[in-house]
Design a protein around this ligand. Structure first.
Ligand code: FHN
Length: 582
């Protein structure tokens, strides 16, 4: 197919790659370019990017589906019942044995319309399904392998096409997860924690570049051309160099408008960053999406009964939305094609809340507050949606807001005006005695101007560290985003950050984002304030690598110190914030 001289605008990162590598590379991948003259690639403008991402930003909530032949193990191999989609790798199952087991993957109960309707009833606006996970099995008939639904299972029929059709029919967007590097069956595919080209079974030995050229690249082309997905969700970029990523990135030109993530590898930014199994404490800059399981596993495990509660999932959705992110919540269907009932029940709980409160989530943007003791806030222009988790016992909701408010109502009772009491650095809203919603009650607050809130005292602080790596200075911890980080030098196990405020402040809480590194940093922290010349401990504890938020009795001070201790790796923080009393 002859491509126009102007390749469709995709994303700046990709476009620049195409500009650099385009003629030779694209030709190699079957994307022909008229290279008679210079290949001019339209660089996507910010406005074009906003248009391309508009539906995704509005959607806020999507369904992740992890489904493959691993589902047929139901989490058990021999006496161990704790596996998920990594069962082949963790149990080191030989390739021949694993392939033979695919005969038990027979989704006779598969009902893609029911799946899509369950997602829609949950308030989800898009779906991402594993077209091929690390096991290397394709859920669709692929022309380049017999390790696919058509040749390796009794079912034989394409599982993706009916789901795509059902999603389109129900007005949902749909995308594919594709494991571009890890493949535990095809020779040459990467295996995490094994040398390139090797694995735990001699049948896996092979050349990674041959694998990419003969399996990954043609399969991504199949997926993009046969199904026109709205999203391509790369994962685990093992051994992915720029040269290996570029042919895959170039294929995205086959699907103009597609949205992709930051996991292709070798610095390919994609469109979205992807915190996994956690909600960043201060959120991420730009477009980001937390992906998360309802239980403990992505793939089906019959014993995975420790599910997150409905209220917990609702508040996670609110929290993520309040920081401008999306929530991609996962289900792991059985080999028969059934989504476990417990997971369906959780989806229904979130959907029931969204049915009444969706205006406060869909299409909103990041709220103006870094922290609220009673909940979170989303924004739509000069309208704020205050999500109150902890309803004030005294009937007074304290909002740290400097802007002038014109009205406040309960989302569920728009006709009932709530009394407003503006003060110099906050707004008091009189609220009814009883919370309208047990999980998150929404107050609609209309402002006369764009929201202005008291400044983050840490943004004005001068920051020093007891130790810092070149290029990862203390100041990175208060730059307002988790994008850059402070790290102590190699070998340092304990280090502190000192925050000297320009004036004393009444502080009652803190938030700390940890560096988004793998393996996660597990640290101990101690936060203290200098009061009357003495250090007073305010909060102390251990982190799981995903950041920490703490509250303490309000204290007035101008000097604060957080000490971080880390056994494996060097102490560090991506962002640290102190929160003033409301
Ligand atoms: O290894 C995968 C895992 O199985 C799962 O697919 C998650 C979902 O984002 N991604 C990888 C772990 O980061």
């Amino acid at each position: 197919m002859k491509h126009p001289r102007f390749l469709p605008a995709i994303s700046v990162g990709l476009t620049l790659a195409l500009t650099t590598l385009a003629p030779a590379l694209l030709a190699q991948e079957g994307v022909t370019v008229d290279a008679s003259g210079p290949v001019t690639v339209a660089v996507e403008t910010p406005a074009q990017r906003d248009t391309r991402l508009a539906w995704w930003r509005e959607a806020k909530f999507g369904l992740f589906i992890h489904w493959g032949t691993y589902s047929a193990y139901a989490g058990q191999y021999k006496e161990n019942k704790n596996y998920g989609e990594w069962i082949m790798h963790t149990a080191k199952i030989p390739v021949a044995e694993y392939r033979a087991h695919a005969e038990t993957f027979n989704p006779v109960a598969y009902d893609p319309v029911a799946w899509v309707r369950a997602a829609k009833a949950a308030g989800m606006r898009y779906i991402v399904i594993t077209a091929k996970h690390h096991e290397g099995f394709a859920l669709y008939p692929s022309d380049v392998t017999d390790w696919d639904i058509a040749d390796a299972t009794p079912w034989k029929k394409d599982l993706l096409a009916p789901l795509v059709a059902a999603a389109r029919a129900e007005g949902l967007h749909i995308g594919f997860y594709y494991s571009q590097a890890q493949d535990w069956v095809h020779a040459g595919g990467a295996k995490a924690r094994f040398p390139e080209g090797g694995g735990w079974d001699a049948a896996q030995n092979g050349d990674t570049d041959v694998y990419l050229r003969t399996i990954a690249v043609p399969q991504v082309r199949e997926l993009l051309t046969r199904y026109q997905p709205d999203i391509l969700w790369w994962d685990t970029p093992t051994f992915m160099t720029k040269e290996r990523s570029a042919p895959l990135a170039a294929l995205l030109a086959l699907r103009p408008g597609i949205i992709t993530n930051n996991r292709l590898g070798s610095g390919f930014a994609g469109d979205t960053s992807t915190p996994e199994q956690f909600v960043p404490v201060t959120g991420y800059p730009g477009d980001w999406e937390t992906c998360m399981t309802i239980g403990r596993n992505w793939g089906y495990n019959a014993n995975d009964t420790q599910l997150k509660s409905g209220p917990d999932l609702i508040r996670k959705l609110v929290n993520i939305s309040s920081m401008g992110g999306n929530f991609l919540l996962n289900v792991g269907p059985t080999a028969e094609g059934l989504i476990p009932q417990g997971q369906l029940d959780r989806l229904a709980e979130v959907g029931a809340w969204l049915a009444k409160n969706g205006d406060s989530i869909y299409g909103t943007t990041r709220g103006p507050f870094q922290s609220l003791t009673w909940g979170r806030a989303t924004r739509r222009g000069d309208r704020l949606y205050l999500h109150v988790f902890n309803w004030p016992a005294d009937g007074k909701l304290r909002v740290p807001l400097l802007s002038r408010a014109t009205s406040a109502t309960l989302l569920h009772s728009p006709g009932v005006k709530l009394a407003l009491h503006p003060e110099p650095a906050r707004l008091i809203i009189d609220v009814p005695a009883d919370a309208p919603d047990p999980v998150s009650s929404v107050i609609v607050l209309d402002l006369a101007e764009p929201p202005v809130v008291p400044p983050l005292v840490t943004r004005a602080a001068s920051v020093t560290a007891s130790a810092e790596q070149p290029g990862q200075p203390a100041a990175n911890a208060t730059d307002g985003t988790g994008a850059k980080r402070w790290r102590a030098p190699a070998g340092v196990k304990s280090a502190w950050l000192d925050f000297n405020l320009p004036a004393p402040a009444l502080v009652q809480g803190f938030g700390a984002d940890e560096p988004d590194v793998w393996p996660r940093l597990k640290q101990r922290y101690t936060l203290a304030a200098e009061v009357d010349g003495l250090w007073r401990e305010l909060s102390a504890g251990a982190t799981d690598g995903h950041g920490v938020v703490g509250r303490f009795a309000p204290v007035t001070a101008s000097r604060f110190r957080i000490t971080m201790e880390c056994e494996k790796g060097e102490p560090g923080l991506a962002e640290f914030q102190l929160y003033q009393a409301e």
